[in-house]
Design a protein around this ligand. Sequence first.
Ligand SMILES: [Zn+2]
Length: 129
Amino acid sequence: MLSQLDTHNGTFNITNNATQTRRTFRVKTVINGPSDLVGKRIVSLLSGPDNEEDYVGFAFVDESGVHCWRRFKDSQFGKYAFFLNHADAFEENDEISVAMSGTCRVCNRKLTVPSSIEFGIGPVCANRN
Ligand SMILES: [Zn+2]
């Protein structure tokens, strides 16, 4: 799996170095919602011009990988989930470049302090654990 995806929330800009095409994925923890979803981390693809709102969720991510939702498995999203699960090798071979902007995996707030970005969790949420 792409490094950081198993522990880090945020926005991942992934560029294909050969074609210079870019896709933006976001990983976000569900805070408000149905109880069976709260605490789960959802992977979305940016699919429109509004880079705050135009995300389409298609998978859960946990320590074991990106798990595409069943209804999307046979679509392009299934391919993206497969890609994210194998992106480490592409990155090591310089076939893709990954730029990440981190958010807290507990509360989804933007992380700015380098040590917080490294751990993927903000100081307030880290102290609560
Ligand atoms: Zn937090």
